[in-house]
Every structure is written in structure tokens, then in C-alpha cells.
Write a protein that binds this ligand. Structure first.
Ligand code: COS
Length: 386
């Protein structure tokens, strides 16, 4: 749902300009230094990018899912690391508070998140618990009006920058499954929290992940999201449903950038006395990328509109994440192929995007997890009809 077309077009124009004038020229420096320059972070805050999804009553822009998807598509026509910095706050780090938090929790944390003063990180994955999210071992033991948290989380995006973690921990050790898990808002500067070294990743330089260790960390009982134990897994799943549409939009944005660059190259690059875009085998690759990109974009916007209309989109969100992340992998592969030798060397960003996009098929649920979610959703829907 787009609430006001003029306001939306103005926002998309300013994001487009910001990407073109500030982010694209900084791509090399981000890759070389593995950091986003401070002045760009400042401008991202000024532009309101950290508050895109926080409701207006808390100082954000309160974008609908469709509006968020459109902004992500524009914002991601550059290195994905820029989106990653705001991504956990706009997406999975803050959504638990937004979706299931109490009014007091929203009042306390959302305004600072919207201003970008506080970065939120989503802490679900553990060394022994990835796709099987219900098997987490991090413990939260009640002690008076606090919980004491012990355990480790792994691959936590933006952990080095985080001000708070949305943390899933087991409050009921007798329930080894989803029902024993609660979600907490944890101050990242609490005594007992230590960070592991920053992970050395295949791509996405400038976006940081690391382990986070919790050793006797005391968290007020008031920080249980929603104030009720045992609901943390469902909160995490609801957050991921929305996050999957968000990531699918990110994939569409990156794919649009890759295809724009590739088309331009194919129109300029001459071989056998003509631009290579005149060759039918190159045309086939361009056409396949264009077709798949169009399909992914259409899916993302449809799922976003359905979510805005209040539909349960767990299945559609998984379809979008699955298709769009696989699609951008194929688009990146064809981009390298069409660029030939220039696509394989590190001087025009194509090989960097090729490495960057590999992550999309893995995080926020692997392609195989999306397939499971989709198939289970189909069976559930069929059973409901019977
Ligand atoms: N929204 C709300 N509730 C949900 C839900 C959703 N999308 N998905 C599941 N639930 C509920 C179920 O209804 C069930 O509730 P009841 O016990 O009341 O019936 C409960 O959560 C457990 O669900 P389920 O039995 O389906 O859980 P499983 O352990 O089988 O796991 C998958 C389901 C595999 C889908 C889940 O573990 C998953 O998404 N894994 C991937 C995690 C991931 O994306 N990790 C990436 C790291 S975060 S960047």
C-alpha cells in the first residue's frame, strides 16, 4: 500500500540521488577499508533511513511494507553493505519490539532506533543452532526481577555497532522446542557481553558480523518482549516473515544495478566489429536476467501489498526470498559471463557483487528452509480447505 504517491515519489527520488551521488562513488573505499565512512553514516541518519519502518508516532517514517520494498530496491542499487548498516534496525533487529513489544518497550526504544542513535541487532543463530532455530541453547534463568543470560550467538550482523540485541533465549529448559524460548531486549553494553573477532567473509565488506558471548548477563524482566515468556520463537518467526520480503526487495535492487551495468557494458563492448549486445547468445543472457528480475520484482510487491492488507504472508514471503535470492545469484553469474575477463578481475565491481550476493541465499533462512516453509504452508492451506 502506498499512502501518498507524491510523498513516496519524493522519498524515492532522494534515495535514488543519495545512492547515485554518495554511495556508488564510495563503493571502492568501503570494500578497501571494510568500513562505511562516518560522513555517509551521518547522511543516512539525516535522510531518516534508520527510521524507515518505525511508526511516525515514534519519530520514524512508518513505511508500509510496499513502501519499504520500493525504498529497498532503490537503496540496493549499490554495495549491499550500506543497506546492511540500517537493515537490522529497519528490519529484524527492531521488528520484534514493533510487532510484539509492550507500549512501554516501544516508548523506550523506538525513538532512539528511528534516529539511528541506537543500532539494533537480531541474535538468534548459535554455533549449534542455525536452520533449526528452535534448538537454541542460550539460557535465560529468572532471578528476582531479572533474568541471567548465558550462551553464545553466531554470525550476528551489526553486533560490533549494536546498542541493543533482540535476543532469543531458552527460559524453560524442560521445553526443548519452540515453546521454551523467549525474546529479550538486551543492552549491548551490559556487563558480561563480549564480542568475538569480526568474521572474515566472502563478500559484503563494510557489513560486520561476529560471535556474541553472554556470561551471566543480567537483563531486567521488563525486557521480555511482550512481557510474556515462551513466545520468543513466534516473535522471531514473525520478524523473519517480514524480513524475508525485505531481503527479497534487496535482491531485486542489487539485480537491477547488475543488469543496468551489464546492459551498458554489452552495448559498449565491441567484438567481431559490433557491440556484443548484438549477439544472440548474449541477448539470451540479458533476456533471462530481465525476465527473472521482472518476476521477482512483481512477486515482492505483491507479497508486500498482501501483508499491508493484513494477510498472513508466511508462504509468500518465503517464495519471494527463495526466488529473488536465487535470481540475483543467476543475474550476477550472467553479469560476470557477459563482462568476460573484465567481470572476473576486481576493477569494475562485478566480481565484488558476485561475491556479495552469495549471502542472500543463506541468511534470514537458506533457500532450503524457504522451500520447507513454502511446502508446509501449502499443506496447511490444503488441510484448512478440506
Ligand atoms: N509466524 C508465527 N508463528 C509461527 C511461524 C510464523 N511464521 N512459523 C512457525 N510458527 C509457530 C508455529 O505455529 C508453532 O506454534 P505452535 O507450537 O503453537 O503450534 C511454533 O512456531 C513452532 O513452529 P514449527 O513447529 O513450524 O517450528 P520448527 O522447529 O519445525 O521450525 C522453521 C520451523 C524451520 C521454519 C524455522 O526453524 C526456521 O524458520 N528456521 C530458519 C531460521 C532462520 O531463518 N535463521 C536465519 C538466522 S536469522 S538472520
Amino acid at each position: 500500500m502506498i499512502r501518498d504517491n507524491d510523498v513516496m515519489n519524493a522519498l524515492l527520488d532522494s534515495v535514488r540521488r543519495f545512492v547515485r551521488e554518495r554511495l556508488v562513488p564510495a563503493e571502492d573505499i568501503v570494500a578497501e577499508t571494510d568500513a562505511i565512512p562516518e560522513d555517509i553514516v551521518r547522511d543516512m541518519k539525516t535522510l531518516g533511513l534508520f527510521g524507515l519502518t518505525v511508526p511516525e508516532s515514534y519519530g520514524g517514517l512508518g513505511l508500509t511494507m510496499e513502501e519499504e520494498a520500493l525504498v529497498m530496491i532503490e537503496l540496493c542499487k549499490t554495495a549491499p553493505a550500506f543497506r546492511s548498516l540500517i537493515g537490522t534496525t529497519v528490519g529484524i533487529g527492531s521488528q520484534g519490539i514493533l510487532i510484539d513489544g509492550t507500549p512501554e518497550q516501544k516508548d523506550r526504544w523506538l525513538p532512539a532506533l528511528a534516529r539511528g542513535e541506537l543500532i539494533a541487532s537480531f541474535a538468534l543463530t548459535e554455533p549449534e543452532s542455525g536452520s533449526d532455530a528452535a534448538s537454541i541453547r542460550t539460557r535465560a534463568r529468572r532471578d528476582g526481577d531479572h533474568y541471567v543470560i548465558d550462551g553464545s550467538k553466531r554470525f550476528i550482523t551489526n553486533a560490533p555497532q549494536a546498542g541493543i540485541f533482540t535476543l532469543m533465549a531458552r527460559t524453560n529448559p524442560d521445553d526443548k522446542g519452540a515453546g521454551g524460548i523467549s525474546a529479550f531486549i538486551v543492552d549491548a553494553h551490559s556487563p558480561g557481553i563480549t564480542l568475538g573477532p569480526i568474521d572474515r567473509k566472502m563478500g559484503q565488506k563494510g557489513a560486520h558480523t561476529c560471535d556474541v558471548h553472554f556470561d551471566g548477563v543480567r537483563v531486567p524482566a521488563a525486557n521480555v518482549i511482550g512481557g510474556v515468556e515462551g513466545r520468543g520463537f513466534k516473535t522471531a518467526m514473525k520478524v523473519l516473515d517480514k524480513g524475508r520480503i525485505h531481503i527479497a526487495a534487496v535482491c531485486v535492487g542489487v539485480a537491477e544495478r547488475l543488469l543496468d551495468d551489464t546492459l551498458r557494458y554489452a552495448m559498449e563492448r565491441q567484438q567481431f566489429g559490433q557491440p556484443i549486445c548484438e549477439f544472440q547468445l548474449v541477448q539470451a543472457m540479458l533476456a533471462d536476467s530481465r525476465t527473472e528480475l521482472y518476476a521477482a520484482r512483481t512477486m515482492v510487491l505483491d507479497a508486500a501489498r498482501r501483508r499491508d492488507a493484513g494477510e498472513d504472508v508466511a508462504t509468500e514471503a518465503a517464495c519471494c526470498k527463495y526466488y529473488a535470492s536465487e535470481m540475483v545469484g543467476r543475474v550476477a553469474d550472467r553479469a560476470v559471463q557477459i563482462h568476460g575477463g573484465s567481470g572476473y578481475v576486481a576493477d569494475n565491481g562485478i566480481e565484488r557483487f558476485y561475491r556479495d550476493v552469495r549471502l542472500f541465499r543463506i541468511y534470514e533462512g537458506t533457500s532450503q528452509i524457504q522451500q520447507i516453509v513454502i511446502a508446509r504452508g501449502m499443506v496447511r492451506a490444503a488441510q484448512a480447505m478440506a
